[in-house]
Design a protein around this ligand. Sequence first.
Ligand code: GAR
Length: 211
Amino acid sequence: MKKRVGILISGRGSNMRALVEAAKAPDYPAEIALILSNRPDAAGLDYARTEGIPAAVVDHKPFRKDREGFERTMQAALESHGVEIVALAGFMRLVTPWFVEQWHDRLINIHPALLPSFKGLDTHQRAIDAGVKLHGATVHLVRAEMDEGPILMQGAVPVLPDDSEETLAARVLAVEHRIYPQALALLCSDAVTVEGLRAKTPVADQPPLIA
Ligand code: GAR
């Protein structure tokens, strides 16, 4: 049985698109049941609609002083679409411990850095400024602390001497689009066991993908 996945977005939605494309394969273990955006103008919503995937907006603005109300409204939308696993894909709101608890080990995120380095924003410029030679992206199970949680998959890219934030971001994004569908497939095929901080998967002990 395919797992029903809800994807949360805030903007462009290119990772969402990679997941939607992957889920078209007959043997992919997930189907995309809902695209949910906190921004009515998210570009990714148009794509979801053209693909015929249910799309919904829960605008965070009316809930500015009521984060719980915002998340309960999202939760109701996810439940009404029978969502079993949630994938954050450029969803730029911090989620609360309550939401994380609802989706324990069923909530994943993609972060544009090799965690635990460079949590937070502006990861590419910070990687350049730090002089690291490898950078990349991480798919992880979400925990209450921001950008923390058992790592499912990572992909690494070189940082080149002439890189700008834009060129490095583009190289990382290409890796994001490769690893996110793979990591979601692992989770949806029940191939992940979690022991403390470690997510064990069939590929967990392999070296990172270096693009
Ligand atoms: C992606 O690079 C994703 O890793 C990042 O936002 C971008 C969204 O692009 N996420 C975060 O920074 C989360 N803290 P997309 O909308 O085209 O997928």
